[in-house]
Design a protein around this ligand. Structure first.
Ligand code: AMP
Length: 200
């Protein structure tokens, strides 16, 4: 199974992907995670990547494509999380036979609330939320807020989302592979909807 998950920042793509990966034995490819990992290395490439992420802008398309393609290698079962993020990127992976594209539909006011209480575990790279997905108490101390989860950067990420990523939803809708899922509510309820749509 080859899946893509799309949605605005904070819509729950990471959480849903992790669960799908576990239940359907898929390789989880989060280009954002891979970029953050590279950015932490403090190399010339890492610094370049940080300069885009920290502002809320997309890294150059070719860089995203190279990372995504290298990650899947020859794997037959995977989920792309937050990729492709533009129609240009989508066109560049036309040769990959995608079974379904999950679009998590969440109103902007809800995702802004979710982003503000979001915490990242730098060890497992799992995302938690103080209210909606509380972390285990014993890891609380090591959790961090993502640099791009600040109000100014969130605003830019939404701008980029509307301009670059929303057209990708229409692109896959035309291809007949889009599954629009109501992404409101608690993570378990959202996941149940996604799982049902994927198994249909
Ligand atoms: P995410 O973890 O998916 O929210 O991504 C965090 C950041 O990584 C984004 O704001 C972009 O700067 C960068 N990024 C992630 N995926 C892509 C992509 N497909 N194309 C370009 N930049 C990306």
């Amino acid at each position: 199974m080859k899946l893509i998950i799309l949605g605005p920042p904070g819509s729950g793509k990471g959480t849903v992907s992790e669960r799908l990966a576990k239940d359907f034995h898929l390789f989880h490819v989060s280009v954002g995670d891979l970029l953050r990992k590279e950015a932490k290395k403090n190399t010339a490439l890492g610094k370049k990547i940080s300069s885009y992420i920290d502002k809320g802008d997309l890294v150059p398309h070719q860089m995203a494509i190279d990372i995504a393609k290298k990650a899947i290698d020859k794997k037959q079962n995977f989920i792309f999380d937050g990729f492709p993020r533009s129609v240009d990127q989508a066109k560049l992976i036309q040769d990959v036979d995608i079974d379904a594209v999950i679009y998590l539909d969440v109103p902007e006011k809800d995702v802004v609330k979710r982003l503000s209480g979001r915490l990242l575990d730098p060890v497992t790279r799992k995302t938690y939320h103080l209210q909606y997905l509380p972390p285990p108490k014993n890891i609380m101390k090591r959790l961090i807020q993502r640099k791009d989860d600040t109000p100014k950067v969130i605003k830019e990420r939404f701008k980029v989302y509307h301009q670059e990523t929303e057209p990708v939803i229409k692109y896959y809708q035309k291809k007949g592979v889009l599954k629009k899922i109501d992404g409101r509510g608690d993570p378990a309820a959202v996941y149940a909807r996604v799982k049902k749509a994927v198994t249909l």
